[in-house]
Design a protein around this ligand. Structure first.
Ligand code: PHE
Length: 356
């Protein structure tokens, strides 16, 4: 065998071995290493060319050609194998990352508004729809706003009846307390309104927390009220009754009969307590309404002229009505909640059932 035939046979065996190796390469790293091994600068094909010096001048180009042909062919084989390995890797990754879109989603635990907050929101929204402006006032109040301006002078027995939490702090020497009702918001809203240079009409709804030093089965030291009032020319008890009738029927989502009973509040004159026909027995008389067919729900009246005077509203032109209701009580009546304490124990079973 001539030298050239021996070299061609050697190249052929390299070609075959390379093809086998490329086909068997398990991943692209192995393939790259094989490419260096066979086709690299110090690779096997180049290695064969080292013996080219011993060939005749005519044979040299032939060998060069054979090497180039093999090189080109092997490069194609590598490329094809690389593409194959790439597709395999993609398929493996896609398989590993697959998700089962038919599985049910994870349920996100979702909180709910406390039933008292729901009640506050519902009540406030009804007055908002009627055109009342929403106002809030501080829970830490002055004696002036909580009592004096509301026509409750220091020696007045109503002051003692309010079971007030007094604070050690004072504001400009004035005793501070936790407000015992939302009526001081009447004073603050009217003061601001008049101070800003406005003239009535003024219609306000004021929801909020109030405090009384009183705690038993039907009383909590902290509870919620919604205060509502309107000041304008020619406001009468008829307006008061109309607004109450509309509000109570809207809140209870049924026509509820109402009645006004004469009462006394220092800040209203005349004053009335308001009853609704018992929502449990439709007025027939039951345990909840103690057989009377009526349930007391709020206090109301025509704003006392002294109250309007305390904020410089001209009582020869303007009059107003006001009422204040206990939120917990109305929520209990609407939803048949038997015990006030359920609102404050925060038993999640109760809160979940009431949640909205
Ligand atoms: N502030 C009174 C209370 O807490 C309720 C009320 C408000 C009565 C407005 C009349 C007018 O008992």
């Amino acid at each position: 065998m001539s030298d050239i035939d021996a070299m061609i046979a050697q190249l052929e065996s390299i070609r075959q071995q390379a093809q086998q190796d490329f086909a068997a390469a398990a991943d692209s790293e192995v393939l790259t290493a094989l490419k260096v091994k066979y086709l690299g600068k110090k690779g096997e094909l180049t290695g064969v060319l080292k013996g080219v010096g011993g060939l005749s001048v005519e044979d040299r180009p032939r060998i060069g050609q054979v090497v180039n042909t093999i090189k080109a062919e092997l490069e194609q084989v590598i490329e094809a194998r690389a593409a194959e390995l790439g597709a395999q890797a993609d398929a493996a990754r896609i398989h590993a990352e697959r998700i089962d879109v038919s599985l049910p989603g994870r349920v996100m635990p979702r909180g709910a508004l406390h039933p008292v907050q729901q009640g506050l929101d519902e009540m406030t929204a009804i007055f908002d729809r009627m055109g009342f402006m929403i106002a809030e006032g501080p829970e830490i109040e002055t004696e002036f706003h909580n009592f004096d301006a509301l026509n409750i002078p220091p020696e007045h027995p109503a002051r003692a009846m309010h079971d007030t939490f007094f604070l050690r702090d004072t504001e400009n020497g004035e005793p501070m307390l936790l407000r015992t009702h939302t009526s001081p918001v009447q004073i603050r809203a009217m003061q601001r309104f008049v101070g800003d240079g406005h003239e009535p009409p003024l219609a306000v709804v004021a929801p909020g927390r109030v405090y009384r030093c009183d705690s038993d089965v039907t009383h909590s030291p902290m509870f919620h009220q919604v205060e509502v009032f309107k000041v304008d020319r020619d406001v009468s008890m008829a307006h008061l009754k109309g607004v109450l009738q509309y509000f109570l029927s809207a809140y209870f989502e049924q026509e509820v009969p109402i009645r006004l009973r004469p009462h006394y509040f220092p800040f209203t004159e005349p004053s009335a307590e308001v009853d609704i026909g018992c929502v449990f027995c439709a007025g027939k008389g039951c345990r909840i309404c103690k057989g009377s067919g009526w349930i007391e729900v709020l206090g109301s009246g025509m704003i006392h002229p002294n109250v309007l005077k305390s904020v410089n509203i001209d009582t020869s032109i303007y009059s107003g009505f006001a009422f204040g209701l206990g939120v917990e009580r109305l929520v209990m009546l609407k939803h048949g909640i038997p015990d006030l304490r359920l609102f404050f124990e925060n038993d999640v079973r109760f809160l979940r059932r009431m949640g909205a």
